[in-house]
Ligand binder design. Sequence first.
Ligand SMILES: Nc1ncnc2c1ncn2[C@@H]1O[C@H](COP(=O)(O)OP(=O)(O)OP(=O)(O)O)[C@@H](O)[C@H]1O
Ligand SMILES: [Mg+2]
Length: 539
Amino acid sequence: MSKTATAKTSSKKTGQLLNRQEKQTDVRMGNIHAAKTIADIMRTSLGPKGMDKMMQTGKGETLITNDGATILDNLSVIHPTAKLLVQTSKAQDVEAGDGTTSVVILAGALLKAAERLLRKGIHPTTISDGFAVALNKSLEVLNLVAKTVDLNNQEELEQCVKTALSSKVVSQNSTHLAPLSIKAVRAICDLQSETNVDLRDIKIVKKMGGVIDDIELVNGLVFADNKPARSAGGPTKVENPKIAMLQFCISKPKTDMDNNIQVNDYSQIDRLLKEERRYILRLVKKIAASGANVVLVQKSVLRDSVSDLALHYLAKKKIMVVKNIERTDVEHICKTINCTPVAHIDQLTPEKLGNASVAEDHTLSDGARVFRILLEEEARPPTVTMLLRGSNNLVLDEAERSIHDGLCVVRSLVKNKAIIPGGGAIEIEIWRALEDHANTIDSGPVSMVIREYAEAMEVIPFTLAENCGINPMKTVTELRNRHKKGKTYSGLKAKTGKIVDNCLEHKIMQPALVTTSALTLATEVTRMILKIDDILNSR
Ligand SMILES: Nc1ncnc2c1ncn2[C@@H]1O[C@H](COP(=O)(O)OP(=O)(O)OP(=O)(O)O)[C@@H](O)[C@H]1O
Ligand SMILES: [Mg+2]
């Protein structure tokens, strides 16, 4: 090959290499921009002075919320990297329940930091590794700052829940909701000895009407949509009921296929009706023989769960009937009243029945009716019900999400009995420690990466200040100064817009687990995005 030909091939190769690198940079920057856009949407919602979002779903329903995970869940996101952030927020919701906005904002800030480092020519792998080092250091700082919490100390627990509720629509009612959330968790587990709480045991039932302050805890079961059948004159209140949970229908059976019966004379009609009566009567007699005086019947999509004729016979036997119980509720019902679901009449025996103190059709203060099964006061069932009240569906749904955050705060404290100061204090303390750490290592790419990571932490106090309407730069600088002077707990108090020296004294505190999880997840997702150099379509 001639010299010119070799030169041409090599220049072509260099060109290809450059093209490939350019493409990788473009993909990376595109990813970072997509994720940053999501983070920017969330920023105005952070903190007690944060704004709420009104969202319109595809079905035309409206939703008002401040909860990060809910906002992102309902956002129609197309870019694959943006979807990653949505999933990160969901992961935070599962792990800690609270901090779903913070995790996305932190990830956005970390990506911005990564973008600056990439522009300086630092390799993505170096950035990714540096972020991992910085994360470990941050978690160490967090553990040092964290204060062990005594779960018997009701006031401290309440303050943590109140801090979580302070950013929600229901913040005005936190004096009522915070103790209620703690009481609910206490009802289902022993805070001191347990290491986790299954929040599914706290059943949230929503009934429109009334006000948030009417929200109450019920030792037993509440059904907002199922009522005892009244049409046949059956009982609507039973004291000391024996309750059967039936998973079969008390109505005439249907064939699997569509069929026609030709009736030629009226004696045949009579026979058909007689047959139906005999069938239903047989079921009712067996139910009565088991000793049950309240029957809950599971909803059926194929036929009436309880026919009118059955209602009539059951009413005669003074058996209360509540039909159309959702299949998904069956497990919870059985756990609460200690009964066994029965799928066939022949399996209905007295030991499968559940006990309670009263089963009744109950009228609430505003006239709305619910069916409830109350247990004895001293009974300690493994579940509890929280009856939510609110003037409209938007309020009810947001109250449910906020209470979920409150319950999750208590669960986080059960999992990890440590609290840290909020109001941006912990983030600035991490910044200070990372800066000190970066100063101890040689100047070079790693220290640069750690410094950028440290600065990304400031996004939380910066945004909190922005949302409070005060100068964010001034606030962050002042916080930096105070932390450098050793004021570890110094943070921003959103109510007054002033910096305070000890956030814990001002009752701005949150579970350590919320921040640990937010930092870990935000760093993980940033590192993942940094390592992507191409987006390929798969079949
Ligand atoms: N009274 C307060 N003063 C200052 N900062 C506060 C106060 N109460 C809470 N914060 C801070 O607000 C932030 C939490 O805000 P917010 O509850 O809106 O978001 P999140 O917890 O990240 O997400 P979400 O609650 O939507 O899951 C935390 O950093 C917390 O320290
Ligand atoms: Mg919160």
